[in-house]
Design a binder for this molecule. Structure first.
Ligand SMILES: Cc1cc2nc3c(=O)[nH]c(=O)nc-3n(C[C@H](O)[C@H](O)[C@H](O)COP(=O)(O)OP(=O)(O)OC[C@H]3O[C@@H](n4cnc5c(N)ncnc54)[C@H](O)[C@@H]3O)c2cc1C
Length: 402
């Protein structure tokens, strides 16, 4: 067997897996995502897109046609897709074509914002093609001087002029605008009163808008989805580009962050699983001292520790997704799930690199891609440090530390 890449993470590796925890509908969604990945995203294709830094349009089309982008949203209602379906799709993708998992996290955010805040026109023009997989969206919040403390430090502004909005500023580290049709831009439209999160609004901007410049940035991972700087040089959009109420944009975003965290946890978990299966296979097939290297206790302990990390993160993620889907409080569980999954992904990919020895350092093996891609989830969409701050306050009831 070729151990360079991993195509079917669930088939080997000995993890209990998540099927037994899925609801029947969630299991169906997961199965569908897995089939599409296995059919349309073989290992060599993942590797070649990663090496060439190209987006897999064919895979995205397949996901869209199968209904996995919209996940049943109806442009006529404001109900957004079930949290459990989103995490199932993201996890399956992250275990293989990881960059597509990042892309779907952004699409789900767009779908959620448009279903809850969109006007009828925005739902028809932007949400419907997005949910059907015919179009894509990007989401631009972070700025060169504003990451974690983005509401307070935001410089991008939108001003009303002659019945239009004019947007100026710079956004950075934005996922996928080169392959997107629209970008949701977060901009300051008024004073930060009564709180720093007030006076901020959302705009749906076509990526072809005059004055919008997109420059790809050179990052170490997520190669198959562009990461870009966006310069908005007096970009003019009609009044109808406003998404939600003026000045209430950041507060609306806060409502979507829980799902984004859940999806980030699912992506990190999927990466850990993909790396784990590859490590187990390699340990069974690579020989030293007349034995598979997996016969050595040192390697077995690494693998068992990895399995523990994965299963602990999975348990938290499932609890959090169930809570979110049934409308219960899910913020603390989601923050814990994201932390557990990001730590699992970092540790499991590190152990995987060690288990593969020199092969881990080779671009011919997928381990280095998992190792690079896993790093994203230590700081995005929110850094692990800030999640701990959040848990200190919200879970333990201690004074806010920032
Ligand atoms: C590949 C990639 C894709 C991305 N995609 C998107 C996207 O699509 N859209 C988007 O808007 N953004 C995106 N981002 C940006 C990402 O969300 C930010 O990088 C992230 O929010 C962290 O912000 P920062 O990088 O500015 O870190 P900073 O805010 O500069 O933080 C630096 C360090 O300080 C720590 N720190 C800050 N404040 C505190 C505190 N109070 N207590 C303890 N520690 C603290 C942080 O934890 C971190 O370790 C992406 C980034 C990358 C690299």
């Amino acid at each position: 067997m070729d151990t360079r890449h991993t195509s079917q993470p669930k088939a080997a590796g000995g993890l209990p897996g998540n099927e037994s925890l899925d609801t029947p509908e969630q299991a169906e969604v997961r199965q569908l995502a897995r089939q599409i990945v296995s059919r349309q995203s073989p290992d060599e294709k993942i590797r070649s897109h990663d090496e060439a830094h190209t987006f897999d349009h064919e895979l995205y089309r397949g996901l869209g046609e199968a209904g996995l982008v919209g996940l049943g949203v109806d442009a006529a209602s404001s109900a957004h897709p079930d949290a459990r379906y989103q995490v199932a799709v993201v996890e399956e993708l992250a275990a293989g074509p990881t960059s597509m998992a990042v892309c779907l996290i952004v699409q789900y955010m767009g779908v959620q914002l448009l279903t809850t805040l969109g006007t009828r026109e925005q739902k028809e023009d932007v949400l419907a093609p997005l949910a059907g997989g015919a179009q894509r969206i990007a989401f631009a919040l972070t700025e060169p001087d504003a990451g974690t403390d983005v509401a307070a430090a935001m410089r991008t502004r939108a001003e009303r002029s002659d019945g239009r909005w004019v947007l100026s500023g710079t956004k950075t580290w934005i996922s996928g605008p080169k392959v997107a049709d629209h970008v949701i831009v977060v901009a300051r439209t008024g004073p930060a009163e009564p709180s720093r999160v007030d006076g901020i609004s959302l705009f749906v901007v076509p990526t072809t808008a005059p004055g919008l410049r997109i420059r790809e940035l050179d990052t170490v991972g997520i190669n198959s989805l562009d990461t870009c700087e966006l310069v908005l040089d007096e970009v003019q959009v009609p009044e109808t580009a406003l998404l939600g109420a003026v000045g209430a944009g950041f507060r609306s975003l806060l409502a979507t962050l829980n799902q984004e965290r859940l999806n980030a946890a699912a992506a990190a978990l999927g990466i850990a699983e993909g790396a784990f299966v590859l490590a187990v296979r390699y340990a069974g097939e690579r020989h030293a001292f007349d034995r598979p290297v997996g016969a050595f206790q040192a390697l077995q302990h690494r693998l068992v520790q990895s399995a523990l990390r994965i299963e602990s993160a999975r348990g938290l993620l499932n609890r959090a997704a169930d809570a979110a889907a049934s409308g219960e409080r899910a913020d603390v569980l989601s923050a814990m799930a994201k932390l557990a999954a990001s730590e699992a992904a970092t540790e499991v990919t590190d152990q995987g690199m060690r288990i593969l020895g020199g092969a881990g350092y080779s671009r011919e093996f997928a381990m280095q891609r998992y190792f690079r891609d896993a790093r994203l989830y230590t700081f995005a969409p929110l850094t692990d440090e800030m999640l701990k701050n959040y848990l200190g306050e919200q879970m333990l009831g201690l004074p806010r530390s920032f």
